[in-house]
Design a protein around this ligand. Structure first.
Ligand SMILES: [Zn+2]
Length: 646
């Protein structure tokens, strides 16, 4: 948030509150008003309301209404402030978009593209435009969340005319893609596909859940905030899209060659390509329908759906013991491929939606991804398995999932764990499902026993000479090629220890130290709530023996850089919650917060019983200091604090 204007500063002074401009700006910059104390919230409301009424608004109406006012309403519906301020017109829900955002007409075949180009040529002839001037720009069609950035705010597409103000996505730190500037108009909020696969796919079903979280009013989850900070969730203005631009004749002759590189030109989900003419006069001559611009068309190849009959639902035991329901289908042609099976999300969906033999489901294939069961059109009585298909152990329900609790001796879990290990390491090949299955039949159940295999063993198990040589070679390669330590740990497949979480933990502790951490220590690391920490500590204990057997074989591990290298664990701030308040003299408060974070501190926004230190800058009232002391918080002046961390 930028500084207050002189007018706003004047208004603040006139209110005669003992609050500085820095305080207000700091509070407004928090992720959510939930982080404010009652007094802080009231101060924010008074100041922003006064600025708004004077004609120099600090925040948008929508943010004022839906965040701060709503927060006060939630805390105290009878609060005097609510009664004294007359309600604003309820139009704050949607705002008029700076420019209409239409949908795009769609083509599913090349002949439709040919027809569209014919229309371009005809329109060009009508305005006596030379055919030479009909250039076409081809860009990827982003499959994100459409929005409009006018440089001031960010608005959803809504009905194309009015949308919602979701500027909070930028407030939360979201960047413009390609290091672009604000104010480039229409675009989409998108998430890096590779980042999603690596760091978020365990927690989220698909990237849509995250797009929703970024613009939602409620506070974003730590992993989403991290993705924003890592630059993985961005606003991608259409103007900055990679593109092919050339003459329409080339589009007609080299269509496939032109669109293919476009299809893979960005690391985000796309569901087609967009073709549009770039000539301004031709564009205005062609105009728009209520629904779409006539000078633009989307070419989509793989977004088809079909109604398909389910033959059966087969339970499959995954690495973690979850039972995945796989629907076997009457083979159906869908966007060029014959589909005969699809995964159902979980057994609760099978149970509640009635997916079983004879059920009719709607299957959707979008992009080049595996088809999904979108909805159940005709339900039947589902068959819910009681035993693990692999080890016959009685299954248990855990939230939406059926799980096999046999952690030590379930062949399917073992097989998938071994496959997962080599696949996650990613520096070798050879140990795919077939080889692993064959080894399992011979009683080779552990990663460390795979590494102990000799040439004689493999030959005796029936592998050919060449395969044996290759497999042994791959085992050597997997240990000698450098692999990140977080990837190595993630390869063991502990629940909630995907690559992202492994990396976070390893920024604070070494690989071997992690096995000694207790829950209380783990929750001091940003991003680990009690429940996850509990599961991770248990998971690590379960793999400890196997882990060290493998680790001691000697892998070439690239270590994750430690946050606050050399200081971290020794710093007096490590794992402590610290709150900064008032204006600081030695640097900006946010810089001080950053450096405290690097020393391992957790930054609190207001004092609570969890706070260890309150660092007070200038203009901090004695009430605040006394209240902190009452909570057992150590109150430090800025210089005392600097001495402490020096
Ligand atoms: Zn089992």
């Amino acid at each position: 948030m930028t500084d207050m204007t002189p007018q706003q500063q004047q208004i603040l002074l006139s209110l005669d509150l003992t609050i500085s401009e820095t305080d207000i700006l700091h509070w407004l910059a928090l992720d959510t008003p939930e982080q404010l104390s009652d007094e802080q919230l009231l101060a924010v409301l008074m100041v922003t309301n006064a600025c708004y009424r004077a004609g120099f608004p600090l925040i948008t109406d929508a943010v004022y209404d839906h965040q701060y006012l709503a927060q006060l309403q939630a805390r105290d519906p009878q609060h005097a402030f609510l009664l004294q301020v007359e309600p604003e017109v309820a139009s704050a829900k949607t705002v008029a978009l700076p420019q209409k955002m239409l949908s795009t007409d769609k083509a599913y075949s090349f002949s439709e593209i040919q027809k569209w180009i014919e229309r371009l040529r005809k329109a060009a002839a009508d305005i006596e435009l030379s055919e030479e001037d009909i250039l076409i720009r081809v860009t990827p069609k982003l499959d994100g969340y459409a929005a409009f950035d006018d440089g001031q705010g960010l608005y959803t597409r809504g009905d194309g005319v009015r949308g919602q103000d979701v500027s909070r996505a930028f407030t939360r730190g979201m960047q413009v893609a390609m290091k672009g500037e604000r104010g480039l108009g229409p675009g989409e909020i998108v998430i890096s596909k590779s980042y999603f696969a690596e760091k978020l796919s365990e927690q989220f079903e698909n990237s849509r859940n995250i797009q929703a979280a970024i613009i939602a009013e409620k506070n974003v989850e730590p992993s989403v905030k991290q993705a924003i900070d890592d630059g993985a969730c961005v606003f991608f203005p259409f103007a900055l899209l990679p593109n092919w631009t050339g003459h329409f004749a080339a589009v007609l002759t080299d269509f496939d060659d032109i669109i293919e590189p476009i299809w893979s030109s960005v690391d985000v989900d796309i569901d087609g390509v967009i073709l549009e003419t770039t000539h301004p006069e031709l564009k205005s001559a062609m105009g728009a329908t209520r629904h779409h611009h006539r000078w633009q068309i989307a070419f989509k190849v793989n977004d088809e759906s079909a109604e398909v009959e389910v033959v059966s639902v087969t339970p499959q035991t995954s690495r973690t013991g979850r039972i995945s329901p796989v629907a076997e289908l009457v083979p159906t042609k869908l966007s060029g491929a014959t589909i005969s099976r699809a995964t159902v999300h979980h057994y609760n969906m099978v149970r509640t939606n009635g997916v079983g033999p004879g059920a009719i489901v709607q299957l959707v294939r979008s992009g080049l991804v595996i088809p999904k069961i979108e909805q159940v059109l005709h339900a039947v009585t589902p068959q819910i398995p009681e035993q693990c298909p692999s080890c016959d152990t009685h299954l248990l329900w855990e939230a939406d999932h059926l799980i096999c609790p046999n952690k030590t001796d379930c062949p399917a879990q073992t097989e998938n764990t071994l496959v997962h290990f080599f696949k996650t390491l990613g520096n070798n090949d050879g140990f795919g499902p077939k080889v692993i299955a064959k080894l399992l039949q011979q009683g080779v159940k552990h990663i460390h026993s795979i590494y102990a295999l000799s040439q004689d063993d493999l030959l005796a198990y029936g592998f050919g000479e060449k395969t044996t040589f290759n497999l042994l070679e791959q085992l050597t390669v997997s240990r000698s090629v450098a692999v990140e330590d977080w990837r190595f740990l993630a390869a063991f497949g502990v629940s909630r220890l995907g690559g992202g979480n492994c990396e976070k933990l390893l920024q604070h502790h070494t690989l071997t130290e992690l096995f000694t951490l207790d829950v209380a220590t783990m929750v001091t690391i940003d991003g680990f709530a009690e429940v996850s920490a509990q599961a991770i500590v248990e998971g690590l204990a379960n793999i400890k023996d196997e882990f060290f057997k493998v680790y001691n074989l000697g892998f070439n591990l690239a270590l994750t850089p430690k946050l606050a290298d050399g200081a971290g664990g020794d710093s007096i701030l490590f794992g402590k919650q610290i709150v900064f308040t008032g204006s600081m003299t030695s640097g900006s408060r946010s810089d001080m917060e950053k450096s405290a974070k690097l020393l391992g501190a957790k930054i609190g926004k207001s004092v609570s019983s969890k706070t260890t230190f309150l660092v007070t800058g200038e203009k901090v009232g004695t009430n605040k200091i006394n209240a902190a002391k009452d909570k057992g918080v150590t109150v430090l002046t800025e210089s005392q604090y600097l001495e402490l961390v020096d």
